[in-house]
Design a protein around this ligand. Structure first.
Ligand code: E4P
Length: 223
């Protein structure tokens, strides 16, 4: 069960990468543009903060040749181990094939259908990233589509993992994990919401009151 942060915000990454068990950080051109920062310094800083954890960076080229060239540049600046996010289009699949032939890590992104996932897995993508909320917006049953991908990869012994993305609420995240996605990438807002609830605070507050009644403000290590 892998959790990645879907952000390029330095402060958020700094805070959450150590607070929780985080597998890595994902970005896309939209996420990067929100930071209004220089591209390479921003990614270099993210890489420095996350260390050995995964960094997924998306290419923007239109042809497979451009995508591969961008990928090589990303790897030269950020490390060969960087996951190259490639949109799952015709040109994207061809780029993935070339990148896998040179031992690159590949994440197939902009995935809306099971057939896209199948095409990406056929060229050896390490992850496919189905867009949960965007599928829902198209009246597509995201749970079923992701469940089908899980089944498809299992039947055909494909090592490709499902990195579900594009979430708007925690129910969608839990649905993705429940139907078998191995990984999710989520915003910090959603991650925080996972353990934020007035009823949890109420329970913790009651434990605290009962403790203070008996032991005052002493901590366990002070007794
Ligand atoms: C993952 O990396 C995707 O690009 C991202 O989760 C898309 O999210 P959105 O649908 O909220 O833009």
């Amino acid at each position: 069960m892998e959790i990645l942060l879907d952000t390029a915000n330095i402060e958020q990454i700094k805070k959450y990468v150590d607070l929780y068990e985080i597998t890595g950080v994902t970005s896309n051109p939209t996420i990067i543009s929100r930071e209004h920062a220089e591209f390479w310094p921003l990614l270099t800083e993210i890489k420095k903060i996350i260390g050995d954890r995964q960094l997924h960076v998306q290419v923007t080229g239109e042809t497979w040749e451009e995508m591969v060239k961008e990928a090589e540049c990303i790897q030269a600046k950020l490390g060969k181990e960087t996951y190259i996010k490639v949109p799952t289009t015709e040109q994207g699949i061809c780029a993935m094939k070339h990148l896998k032939a040179t031992g690159s890590h590949v994440t197939a992104t902009a995935v809306y259908t099971t057939q896209q996932a199948m095409m990406a897995a056929s060229v050896g993508a390490d992850y496919v990233a189905p867009y949960f909320n965007r599928m829902n917006n198209l009246n597509v049953d995201s749970r079923k589509v992701i469940g089908d991908m899980v089944q498809l990869f299992r039947i055909h012994n494909k090592p490709t993992k499902i990195l579900a993305a594009s979430f708007k609420n925690t129910e969608q995240v839990m649905d993705a994990f429940t139907v078998g996605a191995q990984a999710v990438t989520v915003s910090v807002d959603l991650l925080t919401t996972m353990v934020e609830n007035a009823i949890i605070d109420f329970a913790v507050e009651n434990f605290k009151k009962d403790w203070i009644k008996t032991y005052g403000d002493k901590k366990i290590y002070e007794l």
